[in-house]
Design a protein around this ligand. Sequence first.
Ligand code: ZN
Length: 210
Amino acid sequence: MIENNNQYPHLTTKDKQLCINLAQQTLTNNKVTQTDITTVTQQLGRYPRGIIGIGARCTRCQIPLVVITRPLINGTLPFPTTCYLTSREATKAVSGLESTGVMTQLTSQLADTTDHANHLREQYYRAHEMYLFFRSLLAEHLGDSEEHIASISAGGMPTRVKCLHALVAQSLVFGSGVNPVGDWALTQIKDSFDPHVCRCSIHLTDNQKG
Ligand SMILES: [Zn+2]
């Protein structure tokens, strides 16, 4: 693993351990099945290239909500959005939230000088570094170069809010308390999407459930 303390100044040992655990889970315990690939293909309407793990599932029906994609697809395509939201219900709900213009408000909130904004900015920067550290662990294990996506995370982090889908995906993978904006977005959409309430329109067929 990477032992350069200056590279992730916002991360505690515990934060790093969470990233290490998630990377290990992705690479060893949570292998992608053919059923997952079929389901995600239906969700996205295209074949999902470069998937190495399922980052979050509906806790009721177990279909994938977020997939983990490798940093360099097919050895040629750099892919920074490691945690990619695939649930149709989630993507629709997040798009609805985005259409209300909250990203502009959140971005200016991040640039504010109040104590609340300072705290939010710190947390958001930490989420950014956890994203990068998690991906670097995957890249190292897979032998994927990150040279084209170095210091690029997702969703506009660390200073802007550009894509709530990416931030919600991180919250679903890392759990609450990591990405403050993703966590907030999840509370806003809970009446139409909640990982603990199955409203999934796409299901694994019975013989695929295993
Ligand atoms: Zn479900």
